[in-house]
Design a protein around this ligand. Sequence first.
Ligand code: NAD
Ligand code: GLY
Length: 362
Amino acid sequence: METLTVELGSRSYPIYIGAGLLHDGDLIKRHVAGSQVAVITNETVAPLYLDALRQALAGLAVDVHVLPDGEQHKNLDRYGRIMDFLIEHRHNRTTTLVALGGGVVGDMCGFAAATFQRGVDFIQIPTTLLAQVDSSVGGKTAVNHASGKNLIGAFYQPRCVLADTAVLASLGAREYCAGLAEVLKYGVIADEGFFGWVARESSALLARDPGALTHAVRRSCEIKADVVAEDEREVGLRAILNFGHTFGHAIESLTHYTRLLHGEAVAMGMVMAADLSMRMGWLSAAQAQQIKVAVASLDLPVCPPELGVDDMLDAMGMDKKVVDGTLRLVLPRDIGSVMVTSDFAPSRLRETLAAGGALCDG
Ligand code: NAD
Ligand code: GLY
């Protein structure tokens, strides 16, 4: 087992990474202060892993709330039903909520924990690769509103994150690869050596080799933990975690969140961001090509569908990272280093969008 710490003073917490951790009752129970636990999971994950978690929690009073599967259920209605469930089952301020699932379950359970009785403990047990390397770490919790994603939420840190890499075996191939997009992202934004490792080990990663997987999750979490420790509330640095996301969100929005997984759109977004950096002269053509080749090596799409430059610009203008009407993008200036900037030529951005990233040609 590997252990990392998210350093946030009195709210610091460990991230445990390893195969089989879901069965380690002593480890999980170390982070449960009272005798009551409420597990929040979903209808897909529960049949796979709930029994193991129940066994691990033996000796505690455990209630389980099973959500329907899907992003469309990450809303205030379902959040309200979690509150009803906690109140009906007489949970109090010493209860611990446990999120067993992907990012949807984790975000909802976290927001429920942040708000139930003004805040109770919660534990993240992420079961998708995306959740293990991204959403379970850093304390962003939320539900969606009809007007947009994650509009209602709180920064609220868990007591611990338990990333059992063995549970990734049951993840569908597309979901798994979508998580690899976020893994590659960490290399581009912060660690050239890790970027090279991901590109070299793409076959092992696609084969879900346990050693490769543990390293990928550990290094990703380490980079995210460092960023979060420095800028918990995204006043500055944390925005770099959104590399590829402004383009990606626009693609997701214009395809109505139906055609592409988030990680797939981010993969295209990273290629487009590299393309724009190249056009601005901040990244060499060879580096931009390296990013594209690495994305493709992880079985991820590199070329966006035809969406229209003006529609893309409109959709990007809707992004949360627009400050005072100025579009800011996270753009690579090297592999392993990015900047958050609005200092790019709009004409170059239009070229990137028109070409779908000219990099798509070859
Ligand atoms: P998800 O939670 O919808 O999970 C994807 C699918 O995999 C679901 O159908 C789920 O039931 C299934 N699944 C989960 N674990 C499985 C397993 N081990 N085996 C088989 N199937 C399994 O999606 P996600 O990609 O994990 O997370 C996306 C969500 O995360 C979005 O709501 C997004 O807004 C949020 N997010 C939050 C943050 C953050 O910092 N809080 C960061 C990134 C994304
Ligand atoms: N997923 C981006 C963040 O946690 O800030």
